[in-house]
Design a protein. Sequence first.
Length: 295
Amino acid sequence: MKTIAVIGAGTMGNGIAHTFAQKGFTVKLIDISEKALDKGMSAIATNLDRMLTKGTINQEEVSKTITNIITYTDLKDGVVGADLVIEAATENVDLKLAIFKQLNEACSHNTILATNTSSISITQIGAVVVHPERVIGMHFMNPVPIMQLVEVIRGYNTSEEVTQIIMQLSEKLGKTPVEVNDYPGFVANRILMPMINEAIETLYNKVAGVYEIDTVMKLGMAHPMGPLQLADFIGLDVCLSILNVMYDGFKNPKYAPCPLLVNMVRAGKLGLKSGEGFYNYAESKKAEKVAAQFI
């Protein structure tokens, strides 16, 4: 594999593009507007500068990484010649199905189609394309350039050959791939999201405050980040979407999102990306400082 197309220039998409480009792949980054692409490329440049300052890469690597990324606003143009397409759009099942229907028309039947979904069924996504055996989940963790895990999700129809190709490709990126089967939330979020939801319930029930809850989990359980701060970092809208997928999939009340989470999302308090969630990130410098801890 030499050419990778990434659909979506948001937090996960630009992180995936950055990671592949840094490892020498040609990356075709696709989004619906030049504004979104400019924002994504700016984020990549900022993260590369942080890595340069920390001494983890040199100036030549920075330049090559940027040069390896080409941007597109037209999906059909962007996926031409790609060996692998990774969809990293918003965690919305209708949007993802629509994208994969387009990919079915625009890509060769030999192109591997991956999704970075954190909870949505790979089998359901694969059902809208010809040759669903080439559809697989590649769930990267945020921030992608730093986090080692890639959750490789095998749908009901995903072939062994495609699974092994993606496992080996993940290793070439310097990641640790873990193969899991296709059930709501997979492994990472099936365990993580109920914990985050319970932390929100604990706050909702006035057992303790935000700082106190996060401090207990950081100091008592050796978590590098408290669950409420982590929810802010992930995006409260994303947490809500994942919990809804698991609740719909399992019909189990333990996955029902806390009313406080629902109301915060309705109010537009989505965490770091909106400037306010359980913590206030309104000052841009403060938000940058939080992000810089992880890049």
